[in-house]
Design a protein around this ligand. Sequence first.
Ligand code: C5P
Length: 229
Amino acid sequence: KKISVVIVAAGSGSRFGDPLPKQYHHIGDKTLLRHSIEAFMQLCPAHHIQVVYNPLHQNHLDAAIGDLITGKNLRAAVAGGVTRQQSVLNGLRALKDVTPDYVLVHDAARPGIDPDVIYRVLDALQEHKGAIPGIAVHDTIKQCNDDKVILRTIARDTLMRAQTPQGFDFNTILMAHTKFEGLEMTDDASLLEQMGISVKCVQGSERNDKITRRHDLIRLGEHLSPENS
Ligand code: C5P
């Protein structure tokens, strides 16, 4: 089966609180973006990796991965959009000439990707059109109104935190993204859910949690530092 990877790195990272977008920050000697790309390169060197970036960050991109561009399986980065959903769609469209069987969509802001997670997602794709890694929720979850008054408590034993890489049958996810272009869903599985297509949740990993704020970067850096790898 032909597998392609879309890595979305076009966000501005406003919650991170630094003018340099988080995907271009370093953990050890590599940027977050490069950690993600290398994880997939090690997994499937023959397949295609499509990075989606913001052309305003061209210098950062070149500094982070400029030396990789001539590699066999890394395609030239394409421009993203205003929303994550638009960025993914641009990445999927850029892969039309490849038309892989499966595509894995991954956030550059998750540099702690573990090969086992990738394999679990790919395995589940043998039986499902979509599969995503998830983590059980251990906190009690409250739904509140605009004044932060609690409306209800949601049974946590049914809840999973969604991670990436989210894997899909390529034609199915391209069709769903094309149909729902302009929405602002924060992940890709949501689009299949809206079409009534079942998506399997497999075990994710804590290391794969998204870097959103600065302390996430520090915490993950401790995990990924060479002494611990
Ligand atoms: O903003 P958030 O942390 O949810 O972004 C998740 C991923 O989506 C990040 O890797 C970010 O760079 C990417 N993204 C994007 N285009 C956008 C917004 C986010 O590629 N317009």
